[in-house]
Design a protein around this ligand. Structure first.
Ligand SMILES: [Zn+2]
Length: 626
């Protein structure tokens, strides 16, 4: 470069330099930038690909660190009902459930039994197997560790089936693979059907009716807890859409089945609970955070139910509420609540159930805070959190004192206070660790976010850099229009109607991003070519600047996610809306980085085309001083 500069100085005249043919060193610098940047970005794109896979695996192969082996707590109260029948209609939306006769009769007291009408909120990801783990365990996806429908093996935490066994209660499940395989032998009586078969629901219904009919014989008593799973609404929603007539027809058929089952279940002495594991978006997918997916119907009807409403129960509340109704041991890792405003237990039994729940919550919260806080430096905040958990347990002790002193009402209030303190302590320790991890990521995040500005300072000297900037903004605008408006996508797992769509979705998004960035480059070349006054190497550098800016725009968003959540989250699931955005950004980084190699020739081609169309030779002014 030094040699080039000196040569230019010797040969170039001041007059010629001012009117453009750039110095040889300048031209060389343009060419170097135009070659180096695409190679760099192509390398970066390969890294973005591995980053996407790491973050994807961190969710789909998530290994919960919270599967503790906790000492179970025996139940202290009596059952308030002769049994619980839990019916799960896979994928039934709240609004669809409000069009169904049996569901509405159950809600309105039309079945001659008290009824409570609720909405249960599911966790993330809102898929069937994760929910099949939530409902009997009362624990969230983050705790039980089932985050996909292809999870293999047994559920690793305590649940209603294991709790029933140690409480001497009987259980039975009539369901498909997803439900049954999670629990294995913990289920007392298992009736497993192929949920991919066309007549799955009919088989389930016949089996359930057979169990209910046999229940009238003393030799074959009904199980204390009977869980029945119907799958047709989910299948039809995926196939025809959630609001399709086909789907509503299936929902109505199942509603008829449920009506017959409830009629055969003595609601004067027993309790039925109807719910769904998740809803669907109109096009049929689920898994994400949409209101119609995460807000599912929950109806309690029969013995020990108080007619009432509670707009936002959690799906995790179902297990502790069932345990309280059946007077059985609470699942050890539930983070749910007993829905005491819709179940009516004798005051003493209710207080006892709350104390039982408080006892297991204490064990769990201690283990949880120990796990989350294990590598945190000791601090006042951490000490306070431990103290909150101890204080919470103190309130549980207080609840027992109130109870034995004949004031179960105050006992319940004290226990609720204790549960609140312990629940709050767990979110506090989460926040503490997240803040500490963010602090440790901040320096690198700032370097990654601000470092590329140096390159921009340099590239900004190019006469066409403002054009490249407009083109980069154009890339993001066009890409967003295509993603959100043309395809109607959202940043949500729900856009995958089937698992098999994931890979092709990734591939088509990458292809589209590449096409959009190449088109943007072509337009940039055409516009500059139209203006006529450009030089080849300078234009090549401007083309590389476009790729650089697109990569930087994506990189900033990726770095923000990195700062907020990291990439390989081992101890939590990030907000999946943010997580999905991260995937989408990385997915653009891969093709736009690779396409950077083609953007330079495309821009040059665009300029050439414009020059030909406008009758210009392109490079102006002509090379002088020769
Ligand atoms: Zn589904």
């Amino acid at each position: 470069m030094g040699r080039g500069t000196s040569k230019t100085k010797k040969t170039g005249s001041a007059k010629a330099r001012s009117d453009a043919p750039a110095s040889r060193s300048r031209r060389l610098a343009w060419i170097v930038a135009a070659c180096l940047i695409p190679v760099l970005l192509a390398g970066l794109s390969l890294y973005a690909k591995s980053l996407t896979m790491t973050a994807w695996d961190a969710v789909v192969k998530y290994q919960s660190p919270y599967c503790f082996e906790l000492e179970p707590v025996a139940a202290s109260g009596q059952p308030a009902t002769g049994g619980v029948l839990l019916i799960i209609v896979d994928g039934l939306r709240l609004d669809a459930s409000r069009t169904l006769d049996t569901w509405n009769a159950a809600r309105n007291g039309g079945l001659g039994a008290p009824a409570a009408d609720l909405v249960a909120v599911t966790g993330q990801p809102s898929l069937s197997d994760p929910a099949a783990a939530v409902i009997p365990s009362g624990a969230s996806q983050e705790i039980h560790g089932v985050t996909t429908n292809w999870y293999e093996g047994l559920l690793k935490i305590d649940n209603l089936f294991t709790a029933a066994k140690r409480s001497g209660k009987t259980t039975a499940v009539v369901a498909g693979k997803g439900w049954v395989d999670l629990y294995g032998d913990s289920i007392g009586a298992m009736y497993k059907f192929d949920d991919t078969a066309g007549d799955y629901d009919d088989q389930v219904f016949q089996q359930a009716m057979a169990i209910l009919a046999a229940g009238s014989e003393a030799s074959t008593p009904l199980p204390d807890l009977l869980i029945v799973h119907f799958g047709g609404v989910d299948t039809a929603s995926h196939e025809y859409g959630a609001t399709s007539p086909e789907n509503l027809a299936v929902a109505r058929k199942l509603d008829g089945y449920i009506g017959q089952m409830l009629a055969a279940y003595d609601l004067g002495n027993r309790t039925a609970i109807l719910t769904a594991d998740h809803g669907h978006i109109a096009t049929g997918g689920h898994g994400g955070w949409e209101a119609e997916v995460v807000n599912v119907p929950l109806v309690l009807v029969g013995k020990a139910v108080t007619s009432g409403q509670m707009p936002a129960a959690q799906q995790t509340d179902i297990a502790p509420t069932i345990a309280a109704l059946l007077g059985m041991s609470q699942p050890s890792e539930t983070i749910g609540a007993i829905l005491d405003n819709v179940v009516s237990l004798p005051p003493e039994d209710l207080a006892k159930a709350f104390v039982d729940l408080g006892r297991v919550r204490f064990e769990f919260s201690q283990a949880y805070a120990g796990e989350v806080g294990k590598n945190l430096p000791s601090s006042q905040a951490l000490t306070d959190i431990d103290q909150n958990i101890v204080d919470g347990n103190g309130l549980i002790d207080q609840a027992w004192v109130n109870l034995t002193a004949g004031d179960p009402g105050r006992g319940v209030e004290a226990a609720k206070g204790g549960l609140y303190l312990m629940d709050e302590a767990r979110s506090k320790v989460d926040a503490l660790r997240l803040a500490a991890e963010r602090r440790s990521r901040l320096a690198l995040a700032l370097i990654l976010a601000l470092g590329p500005l140096l390159g921009l300072l340099y590239l900004g000297r190019n006469r066409w850099s403002a054009y490249a900037l407009v083109a980069a903004v154009g890339y993001f605008a066009v890409h967003s229009v295509v993603f959100y408006l043309v395809h109607g996508f959202r940043l949500s797992l729900s856009i995958f109607n089937e698992e098999s769509m994931v890979q092709s979705f990734f591939n088509s998004r990458m292809l589209e991003a590449a096409i959009v960035v190449l088109l943007t480059g072509l337009v940039l070349g055409l516009v500059i070519g139209w203006r006529k006054r450009y030089q080849g190497p300078e234009l090549a550098e401007a083309a590389a600047t476009l790729s650089y800016l697109v990569a930087y725009g994506l990189g900033l968003q990726i770095v923000l996610f990195y700062y907020l959540f990291g990439v390989n989250f081992g101890w939590y699931l990030p907000n999946l809306l943010w997580g999905f955005k991260f995937y989408a950004d990385c997915l653009q980084m891969v093709p736009t980085g690779l396409a950077a190699l083609a953007v330079v020739p495309i821009v040059l081609l665009g300029a050439k085309i414009a020059a030909l169309l406008t009758g210009s030779r392109g490079v102006t002014p002509p090379v002088s001083a020769k």
